[in-house]
Design a protein around this ligand. Structure first.
Ligand code: SAM
Ligand code: SF4
Length: 474
């Protein structure tokens, strides 16, 4: 299909690009943020209903400080009521930074000759994973540049290798990937290796802006990228993550682009994305982007609250690109997954001497705290850090949807499993006073279980963890 900028709404069909700029722009122009309407929309979301593009646009246009506060409070309530206090933790692992593309914003782009290029060898990959296991990580996202060397077989092989590494009580129980789009056979190959989520970001949903940032390599094909998650679905990968890189174009446009993408996947495949990522553009070596579309902290936090309300049952991921203060704030509004102890230089988890040179990494990160520090802080703020992988491993797919729609699911599965993985962490990796603080938090949460039969089952499993058993879940 040839893209026609005059077409308003594009019908959802498998593998057919679905973004109409006219639809997004007119939806934004026409959305009137009347007070009563904004409140009705917040209420709708609190009643566990997903918002339309039009409703999301109304929230975006509501800039009156009183309404902004109500949107943030609504997002906070939704998060507390629906998800409780769990925060899922993961770490990124860069497998290779060879790249044939020329994304203007990325330190890995081919034209950046100052970038050191590395692909982890098999022993190096094992070493990195061992170090991550030694920190207590259980969930990884493997990240790759786009290069013929990183074909589906290579990616599948690295995924299998990661699953095989066991150090002490450590093991990686879920391997997600962030890699260039593949064809359907390629997606089948990585699925067979047991990936969790396949994640790919559209970067910007705006075609013209997309063309201006992606001038070389395969990534310049907007249609190939926007249809990649359809191909993943066709290959049987129903656990996918979408995202936009905020700072390339108007953030309001990108939010509606993300919602339109959710609608498309739900319309065609009956399952929305598992997660949404919303990285903000950060400084990178020889980066060429200007700051015209930079998203302020204020707009960023408002945007996270709007996304939470718009897609109540989709996981929201926030990474260490953001500084600790911003991370702390937006946790309140609905982020459900964060990374901890992140390093994005190649081989950085295993090499003692940290390369301080920006050329060594893809972009700058702003939260350099160790996993232990992030854990301690979450526990102090009474969040329950979770390394749970139970749904994925028991074949309960669509976990966020279940959390949201199956009454009692969080109390029966998610919270107990989070507490069990926290206990494992406290036994095997906690430092200083974190162990005591962590067990106090577990006790406090146990006391909130009103079903005594279930509570004693959980207590019995927590005791088994203390006695050395691992990987217990409901
Ligand atoms: N090469 C693959 C691709 O482009 O899809 C996957 C890995 S790429 C390293 C992961 C993501 O990093 C990109 O999708 C992009 O959104 C993000 N990224 C690149 N440069 C960035 C920057 N300067 N600041 C923040 N995020 C950036
Ligand atoms: Fe390569 Fe991905 Fe960086 Fe683009 S964003 S230059 S494809 S690594």
């Amino acid at each position: 299909m040839i893209y026609d900028p005059q077409v308003y709404a594009i019908e959802d069909k498998p593998m057919v690009p679905f973004i109409s700029e006219k639809e997004i722009e007119e939806t934004l122009q026409n959305a009137q943020p009347d007070k009563s309407l904004v409140r009705e929309i917040i209420e709708k979301s609190l009643n566990k209903k997903r918002l339309s593009m039009q409703e999301t646009a109304v929230l975006i246009n509501a800039t009156d400080p009183e309404l902004v506060e109500e949107i943030k409070q609504g997002a906070h309530r939704l998060k507390e009521q629906v998800y409780g206090k769990r925060i899922v933790l993961f770490a990124p692992l860069y497998v290779g930074n060879l790249c044939i593309n020329n994304c203007e914003y990325c330190g890995f782009r081919a034209a950046n000759k100052e970038q050191k290029r590395t692909t982890l060898t098999h022993p190096e990959l094992i070493r990195e994973v061992e170090m991550l296991e030694d920190m207590g990580q259980k969930r990884l996202i493997l990240v790759y540049g786009e290069h013929p060397k990183y074909n589906a077989e290579f990616i599948a092989d690295s995924v299998r290798t990661v699953y095989e590494v066991k150090k002490g009580n450590g093991e990686i129980r879920r391997v997600n990937i962030n890699a260039a789009p593949m064809d359907i056979d390629g997606f089948r190959t990585v699925k067979e290796a047991g990936i969790g989520t396949y994640q790919v970001f559209q970067e910007t949903y705006h075609r013209e802006a997309y063309a201006s940032y992606h001038t070389g390599g395969l990534k310049k094909d907007y249609d190939w990228r926007i249809s990649s998650l359809d191909r993943a679905q066709e290959a049987g990968i129903d656990d996918v993550g979408i995202g936009a890189l905020f700072g390339l174009h108007d953030w309001r446009f990108e939010v509606l682009g993300l919602i339109r993408h959710v609608n498309h996947l739900e319309a065609v495949y009956n399952v929305g994305p598992h997660t949404i990522s919303f990285p903000r553009l950060k400084k990178a070596s020889n980066m060429k982007c200007d700051s015209q579309w930079e998203v302020s902290d204020e707009d960023f936090t408002r945007m996270v609250a709007i996304l939470r309300l718009a897609v109540p049952y989709t996981g929201l991921i926030l990474t260490a690109r953001e500084p600790a203060e911003v991370r702390q704030e937006v946790l309140e509004f609905g982020v459900s997954q964060i990374d901890g102890g992140t390093k994005i230089e190649m081989k950085a988890y295993s090499e003692k001497e940290k390369d301080q040179d920006l050329d060594a990494e893809q972009f700058e990160i702003n939260d350099n705290r160790s996993l232990a520090d992030v854990m301690e802080e979450l526990i102090e703020r009474e969040y329950i850090p979770s390394f749970c992988t139970a749904c994925y491993r028991t074949g309960r797919t669509g976990e966020h949807f279940m959390e949201f729609s199956v009454p009692g699911f969080i109390k029966r599965y998610c919270t107990p499993n989070a507490l069990l993985t926290l206990a494992e962490y406290l036994e095997d990796y906690a430092q200083n006073g974190t162990r005591e603080k962590g067990y106090r938090l577990i006790r406090k949460n146990l006391n909130e279980f009103d079903d005594n039969g279930f509570k004693s089952k959980l207590e019995e499993r927590l005791e088994r963890v203390k006695q050395g058993e691992r990987d217990l879940y409901f």
